[in-house]
Design a protein around this ligand. Structure first.
Ligand SMILES: Cc1ncc(COP(=O)(O)O)c(C=O)c1O
Length: 401
């Protein structure tokens, strides 16, 4: 038997995941007899395009082969073409595919693995900057890489938030996680703000890791968010030096179970990550790659997806506004309202009286200087069908009135 003394002591630094905390929070509450509506987990529920299923099935015989770490040329080219068009990159797609793109098994594992690959634990006095509130993987990845998380505040104005990161924080950092569009805020950074961040990060030798997994779920009227690589190219950084952007099919194409995304950017960092992943071993099965290649090549289903989310925002916002301060975000599929009461109490009450599942804001953030920016906020994921989202909004309004 292996004694507990030889397990990795850093595991004890990990915080329980928000959904684990919610289970504990609700364990003592009775639940109402209404049918459950879950606005808690950010798992897309719209249908995935059928041509993706077809490509997956057609490629099933390829399960007899080992996939490579770099992925198939067909997938890297499809990604490169999408990337180049979507973010107006001046690079020919084949040069992007060759050196700047690497398929990953969804952004979650890649955002975690990049920290293990790039962070220097012998310089662990140099922090990893991350937004607060945040996606908790950034913190766990940092801790398991033997480094220290440091937070920068995020609210509805990403440009101001990024400008407010002091030079001293960048000076003592190795890497910075950016979530753009933000989860849970849905806020989007402008190109100018991203260019300024890149310039400052370069001055302080900080790698910028941009989690852009919500970049395609924008409000149609707001237009597409700018990405980190687009800002880098506009700043004249054609080699994307020090910049990595992470994208996913989970939200864009309603394929969270496919586990497919990519990282793109600085060729040297991509090369190191490829080397790391040769050992890490998270290669995408060939049918997954075939399905992903056709998904990145189509925009019609993505546009329809956005329209479905837009319709939900139109339906629920007028109802929710009667009991909370809430605004339509520029992107993503969340609402991040401010309540007139405690977020954990509201979560319990919504569960007990209405069987509506939400996430208390304080579980998505860390207390800094005595205050938790998620307090008195909840996160609502508009993933359920329109009628259910509308019904949930009525129940929330009734419950929190
Ligand atoms: C901000 C953020 N980043 C990354 C992910 C991971 O997405 P996936 O691994 O499905 O690409 C999520 C999932 O909800 C997320 O909210």
């Amino acid at each position: 038997m292996i004694s507990a003394a030889v397990t990795n002591p850093d595991l004890s630094l990990l915080q329980p995941y928000p959904f684990e905390k919610i289970r504990q929070l609700l364990a003592c509450c009775d639940v109402s007899s209404h049918a459950r509506i879950a606005l808690s987990v950010g798992e897309p529920k719209h249908a995935a395009p059928s041509f993706v299923h077809d490509a997956l099935l057609a490629s099933l015989p390829d399960l007899e082969k080992y996939p490579t770490t770099t992925g198939t040329t067909a997938l890297r080219e499809s990604i490169a073409q999408w990337l180049s068009k979507r973010f107006h990159l001046p690079h020919p797609a084949d040069s992007l595919a060759e050196a700047h793109v690497l398929p990953v098994s969804g952004t979650r594992e890649a955002l975690f693995a990049i920290a293990q690959c790039l962070l220097d634990r012998t310089q662990n006095e140099r922090d990893v900057l991350m937004p607060n509130p945040f996606y908790q993987i950034y913190e766990g990845a940092t801790l398991l890489a033997g480094c220290k998380p440091a937070f920068y505040a995020i609210d509805d104005n990403t440009d101001e938030n990024l400008a407010a990161i002091p030079d001293s924080a960048l000076e003592s950092a190795q890497m910075l996680y950016l979530c753009n569009p933000g989860n849970p805020t849905g806020a989007v950074a402008s190109k100018q703000a991203l260019m300024a961040l890149i310039e400052r990060a370069r001055r302080h030798n900080v790698i910028v890791v941009s989690d852009e997994c919500y970049s395609e779920i924008y409000r149609e009227e707001a237009g597409p968010p700018v990405g980190l690589l687009e800002a880098a190219a506009s700043a004249g950084l054609d080699d994307f030096s020090g910049c990595l952007a992470f994208h996913s099919l989970s939200k864009r194409s309603n394929l969270p179970g496919l586990r497919s995304g990519f990282v793109a950017g600085d060729a040297n960092l991509i090369r190191s990550f490829t080397q790391y992943r040769t050992y890490h071993g998270c290669t995408l099965p060939l049918p997954t790659q075939a399905a992903s290649a056709v998904a990145w090549a189509d925009e019609d289903h993505v546009k329809a997806n956005r329209a479905a989310y837009d319709a939900k925002y139109e339906a629920v916002l007028p109802i929710l506004k009667t009991v909370m301060t809430v605004q339509k975000p520029d992107a993503g599929f969340y609402l991040w309202p401010t309540l007139h009461c405690d977020d954990k109490l509201a979560t319990q009450k919504l569960h007990a009286e209405e069987n509506v599942a939400v996430v208390p804001g304080s579980y998505l953030a860390r207390e800094v200087d005595g205050s938790n920016p998620g307090q008195q906020r909840i996160r609502l994921a508009l993933v359920a069908p329109l009628a259910e989202c509308e019904e949930a909004a009525h129940r929330i309004a009734r419950c929190l009135a």
